[in-house]
Design a protein around this ligand. Sequence first.
Ligand SMILES: [Fe+2]
Ligand SMILES: [Fe+2]
Length: 403
Amino acid sequence: MDTGMTALHAPVSAEYRRTMDKTGYADGTLTIRYTGELPTEYRFPTEYRAYWADKNGILEDYTAFAPILCSGEETVYTLVSDTLIPIGADRILVYAVREDAVSADAACAMLPEGAGDYDLGKPLYEMQVQSDIHITLDQNHPHNRHFAMVLEEIKKLSPNSLGLFINGDTGDTADPGQYENCQELIRNAGEGAPKVYFAIGNHDLGFDETAYEIRLANFLKGTRNTWTDKAYFDLWIGGVHFIFLGGEKRSGHAWLSETQLAWLDEKLAENRDVHRAKYVFLHQGMIDTVAGCFAYQKWHGVTQTEELAAVLGKYPEAILFSGHSHWVLNSPHTMRLRDDRLCTIFNTSSGGYTWDDACNETNKGLVGCEGYYFYGYGDKVVARGRDFLAGKWIASAQFVVEY
Ligand SMILES: [Fe+2]
Ligand SMILES: [Fe+2]
């Protein structure tokens, strides 16, 4: 039967126009043209899938760009700002997609000469950040397996890592056995596994009537934290300052005392160098800051948002990590660059399972395990979003923050 559906061919053309004339920056637009035929409902693809590529084809180490929705004969997509072109890429290949069908051929957009030909040099330090690993009592559960996989990969890709930093929700339900499972997975990863540091999340405080103090003590014991008896503490590791914040009441939202906020102010001022990044972990994010925390997404959760923002805004060199929402790194607003009001903030997605706008409708998470490899340089920090399940860099989440 003739359905009238026309074949899904490649876009007629794709053109990249760079808008940021700085070494390695990807910032720019991608203009994609498509000529369809009748009937109207099949004239155009639903979306495009774009990949960084070189003369041999797509760079296999990278996922596709964040989804590009087709808007008719001409679609103009703006690449995520403050992201990097992969070294070696000299073009973008764009495929047409309709439901499960992908065009056999791609349109090719060449990058300006030398755009992917640069060298960042050797980083001063490397580290990894992940959130919401939600370890369960069953070591065969996907969340537990994800964490084991992450440790194995870091051993290979970053043997000199300063550490893996988990931004809350380590124990799925705060059962002490979940922390023991977590430690067992770290032990099993053996020699060369990164040291792992943990901030507290709402799941670490449990969901029953158990007192806050008991849950906090279980968390600190379970994560082998010998530095504090509070939900907040700081560490200097390899000359880099790491500050961990945490809710002080059993609640889905982070409740931060005046004492904790004053302590944060003091810590951010300690040995301050405005040209060096310092890292702040807080499981829950502030409303209207990064992906997952916009009011309509409903996964923000800091009770003292204004007070916290007032402190962080004084230290633009700080980088705050925002977990809890599990929002995929391919979302708009995954990184919010510092401005007059706030320091730089990164959505940290999740290790256990991920979430996006559509999940708010289905109330069902996505199979996913994402995080970042961070690289600190003398004048910048590069945050490379990673899809651990695919073993690929997330093309639209290769961020750079300059100092
Ligand atoms: Fe979580
Ligand atoms: Fe959470």
